[in-house]
Every structure is written in C-alpha cells, then in structure tokens.
Ligand binder design. Structure first.
Ligand code: ZN
Length: 279
C-alpha cells in the first residue's frame, strides 16, 4: 500500500517491538480530501437520501477474480455501513436538539464531519466506477515490489491502472503491533487510483514508479485513508506515516497536480502523453 519514490511502494525495516498495547479502540478518521467537498451538506444526505446499493460489479473498477471482487465488495460495504451509521448518528443528534435537548455544536459538527468523510469515499468510488479509466484490482500481489503491502501501477500495455493488494500483514508502528488488513491496503491503493483520476499523481514511463505529480500530500492522504480502516488498532498517525516511508517524500512537500502546473509545464507534461503513461 505505501509507496516511496524509488519503487512506488513501501520498503522499510520495522523498528523492534518495544511493547504490545492491550486495549485498542481508536481508528483515525482524518481525511484531507474531506475539505475538497466544502459545498456538500450532510443535512442533504439525511433528508430522504436512500442508501446507495453496493454494486460489486462497478463498471470501470474491475476485480481480476472472485477474491478481488469479494474484497472490493467488502470495502464498499464497510464504507456504506459507516456512512449510514454516521448519517443516523447525525440525524439522532439533530432530532434530540429539535426536541429541546442540549446538544453542543461541536458534537453536531463532529457528526457532520463523519458523514462527509464517508460520503467522500463513496463518491470517489462511484467516480472511478464510471470513469474512462479502467482500474483493475489484483489481490495476493503487491505489484513490482515483493516487500510492499500493495501498490498502484500503470499497465503500459493495456492502459489500465492496476490496484495491487497484498495479503494482510502485522506491522510494528511506534512500538505497537498493528494489523495491516487487506481493507486498509485496498483503501490506500484506491485512493491513489482516485488521485490518478484527478490528475494529482502520475506514473513514470514503465508505469511502476511515482511520476512528476506524485508528492508528499498524495502519499499522506493515501496513508490516512488506509488508517481509517484500521479496526481495533490505536495508531499514532505520525508514527504510522513515518513507518510507511513518507519521509522519502520530504523533498516533494509542495502539492503537485496537473492543475497546479504553469501553462509551460502543462505543455511539457502533455507532450509526454506520447509515452502512453497517463491520460
Ligand atoms: Zn501509497
């Protein structure tokens, strides 16, 4: 799942386990993408918005086999389950407030934020499923690197983006042993897939490495997306990001996206289309 610049995937030596943490309960719920949809009101979702049916046969998100299909379906179900729970919580709080109970604005805002976060993921998946780009999901593989959790690569021959998901692993993070589940990995890699769709990342000429647009913020967003699905594990996000090789992107801290390029840079970037690496 994680990437660093040289292989677009993560390779690092984990620190020795210092201790195990027995009571694990928190997952991270930070997603930098959430603020990219500022106009989206959670109230709208609560009002007569039926739950979208989970369709495992997404049009342009294509699982390679039954295992990949099941994993993608599990991930989508989890996203929609959490979205529904978040909507319900928000709705309950609003109802209680209407009934005259004292409910703090902070509590309402937090509930809205949760709705927004999961709605953002659901929207991203839908956009990927209806895009012009084929995202092919492979499991039991980590792509070009055997030590990575997963990877997102570009198949130069087929023009498809490969979402490569490795098997579940245990990982020492900040002295604690965390389980890196396949849901976490697919969440991470699909975030990269969406970033590609948004022209926030690209690939190099053989499709295996981070291209010019790939930067610190892209990897951080993917790491945080994966961490949202770290069931039953307390994770220090900073340690998590360090463990995932985010430090390798220190020299790429300024966000790069196609939209951020100057006209001249865009021209130069577009000229590389001949290589067939991106769209
Ligand atoms: Zn990554």
């Amino acid at each position: 799942m994680p990437h660093h610049l040289s292989t677009f995937s993560s390779q690092f030596s984990p620190p020795p386990a210092r201790h195990y943490h027995p009571t694990l309960s928190i997952w991270l719920s930070v997603d930098p993408m959430a603020d990219k949809y500022p106009g989206v009101s959670p109230y709208v979702y609560c009002a007569n918005n039926p739950v979208r049916l989970v369709d495992p046969d997404g049009k342009t998100v294509v699982p390679n086999d039954d295992d990949a299909k099941q994993l993608y379906s599990e991930y989508k179900s989890e996203v929609h389950k959490r979205l529904n729970n978040a909507r319900e919580s928000l709705s309950n709080l609003q109802q209680k407030k209407l009934e005259g109970n004292k409910i703090s604005d902070r509590k309402i805002r937090a509930a809205q934020s949760a709705v927004n976060q999961y709605q953002t993921i659901a929207d991203e998946l839908e956009k990927m499923e209806t895009s012009q780009i084929v995202f092919k999901i492979y499991t039991h593989t980590t792509g070009p690197s055997v030590t990575a959790y997963g990877s997102t690569t570009y198949n130069v021959a087929t023009g498809e983006v490969n979402i490569n998901v490795g098997d579940e692993k245990k990982q020492v993070v900040d002295g604690w042993v965390a389980t890196i589940s396949r849901i976490m990995i697919i969440a991470h890699e699909l975030k990269h897939g969406f970033q590609y769709l948004k022209r926030e990342i690209d690939f190099n000429q053989d499709g295996t490495q981070g291209g010019y647009l790939y930067d610190y913020t892209d990897e951080q967003a993917a790491i945080r997306r994966g961490a949202m699905f770290a069931f039953g594990t307390t994770i220090n996000i900073n340690a998590f990001e360090r463990a995932y090789g985010l430090g390798a992107l220190q020299d790429r801290k300024d966000p790069r996206s196609y939209e951020s390029l100057t006209p001249m840079q865009k021209e130069s970037y577009d000229a590389q289309k001949a290589h067939g690496i991106y769209h």
